[in-house]
Design a protein around this ligand. Structure first.
Ligand code: SAH
Length: 254
């Protein structure tokens, strides 16, 4: 195996997997997504590793670096922010490699929506509040299928993690309210979750756009919307005494 797609995690270099860290240290060639991957991770590269920033490359150029590396029997690591499966544009890279009979492996990473939950010290799935997390984005230059428009998804009133959209916050709020979320629904925005300069902003659908305007949030930010951000919820059944499961019998009379 010569090519590894590695999830870099959300920013903190310690949040890469052990396997990803090992491969990064062994790689002869590293192609990293420069706009979001923390450059501190590159200090794991061995001496002499050749490092490319894909921010200024086309797909064809990325594939050319990979195929040339494979031909020379080099170990190639393609480093993507968070987990590569989420807005990582890896499918087209994997398909291009497969078309040339180049084998590869994917090493998952901690996605930024999970680092955001950690920053907020928040469970996304609270009993009686929401048992569903919707990962989505507002339509930008990349189109979003009609049935997945924010307003349509909002009708579920589930917990939502909205990527790639903080610079269009007014439109996000409008779609969510049009779709059925109440104006008082709480919203949190985490900018650069897990980075040293992480920031948290809170408000409601009625106030968050103003909060964002006043604080000048940059693009590396996650919008979380949903009633889970209120504290009112039922306790989990998992630890309830009368609720038995595979590893613990129910306690009678309680
Ligand atoms: N594959 C990545 C997402 C890439 S899309 C992942 O799994 O996290 C880029 C978007 O991810 C940004 O616009 C932002 O919404 C979000 N993002 C990436 N890193 C982030 C971080 N550290 N904190 C908050 N949001 C982040």
């Amino acid at each position: 195996m010569n090519v590894f797609f590695v999830g870099a995690g959300p920013g903190d270099p310690e949040l890469i997997t052990v396997k990803g860290q090992r491969l990064l240290g062994q790689a002869d060639i590293i192609i990293y997504a420069g706009s979001l991957v923390n450059p501190a991770l590159l200090s794991l590269a061995k001496n002499g590793a050749v490092i490319y920033n894909s921010a200024s490359m086309t797909l064809a150029e990325v594939i050319a670096v990979m195929t040339a590396g494979v031909k020379d029997n080099k170990l190639v690591v393609r480093l993507h922010t968070g987990d590569p499966s989420i807005y990582g544009a890896i499918q087209e890279q994997m398909d291009a490699l497969a078309a040339q009979n180049i084998t590869f492996e994917v090493i998952p990473g901690v996605s930024s929506f999970l680092a955001t939950a950690a920053a907020l010290k928040q469970e996304y799935t609270l009993p009686d509040v929401s048992q569903t997390v919707i990962i989505t984005r507002l339509e930008g230059r990349t189109p979003v299928p009609e049935k997945e428009k924010l307003a349509a998804l909002a009708s579920h009133e589930a917990t939502m993690c909205i990527f790639l959209s903080v610079h269009m916050l007014d439109d996000v709020v409008k779609e969510l309210v049009d779709g059925g979320y109440a104006c008082e629904t709480p919203v949190a925005i985490v900018q650069k979750a897990s980075w040293p300069d992480q920031k948290i902003f809170r408000g409601t659908l009625a106030t968050i756009a103003q909060v964002a305007r006043e604080s000048g949030i940059d693009r590396t930010a996650m919008i979380v919307v949903g009633k889970v951000l209120h504290t009112d919820y039922a306790l989990s059944r998992l630890y309830a005494p009368e609720f038995g499961h595979m590893f613990r019998p129910a306690q009678e009379g309680r």
